[in-house]
Design a protein around this ligand. Structure first.
Ligand SMILES: [Zn+2]
Length: 213
């Protein structure tokens, strides 16, 4: 990114987070509202770094029980069996079932951990005021934002399985506590991505930046 590029903040303008219209900030302590869509105007999302960190740490904490606790409980005449995500991946692995097994592995274990690590890296680099790899970091952020919705795949797979396999009294499947932690990881990482203001990535790169945020 060019170091000579100027930002709206440098020009003293606020861009609307919803419709991207540029406006002059309201005078004094007045709360600025977008003249087009009525959304509140700020130079940067307030407390973006702190809020993103809070959601991300909460997601990382929930990630542990999401993987250690069972996500599905299967009841058959032989007894009740609870499986964690990893046990489910192993259980699904068969000559015909391996694609589903891979989908669950990627959606439940690989993607959430990559998202948490990627957001952690972006937060640490922004916190340190790093000016390196701004383009790569913004691409990383957009990728994390894009894949966010696919994290729900696992919850879908589990709830579908639970809904399909209800052959009571022969066999039934129900969600176990791990699934709630897993859903919490998905929601918290989505909130973390939403709380982060990507413009912070290039703020450190803009010379003579007036500090409004
Ligand atoms: Zn607007």
């Amino acid at each position: 990114m060019s170091r000579t590029a100027s930002t709206a903040m440098q020009a003293g303008l606020q861009s609307c987070g919803t419709c991207a219209l540029l406006s002059r900030p309201a005078h004094g302590a007045e709360r600025g509202l977008c003249p087009r869509c009525g959304d509140e105007l700020t130079f940067r999302k307030p407390y973006s770094l702190q809020r993103t960190w809070a959601y991300l740490v909460a997601a990382a904490i929930c990630y542990v029980p999401a993987n250690l606790l069972p996500v599905l409980t299967t009841t058959t005449p032989e007894g009740t069996e609870s499986d964690t995500i990893l046990q489910g991946v192993a259980l699904l692995w068969s000559p015909t079932g391996w694609p589903l097994s891979l989908i669950v592995l990627c959606a439940s274990i690989v993607i959430p951990s990559v998202k948490i690590l990627a957001m952690g890296y972006i937060l640490v680099s922004v916190g340190r005021g790093s000016v390196a790899n701004t383009v790569q970091r913004i691409r990383l952020y957009r990728t994390v934002e894009l894949i966010g919705r696919w994290s729900m795949v696992d919850v879908f797979v589990d709830t579908f399985t639970a809904a399909l396999v209800q052959l009571q009294p022969l066999m039934s499947v129900s969600p176990a506590p791990g699934l709630f932690f897993f859903a919490a990881v998905v929601v918290l990482t989505m909130l973390a991505v939403d709380a982060f203001d990507p413009r912070l990535i290039w703020d450190a790169d803009s010379a003579n930046e007036p500090q409004y945020a």
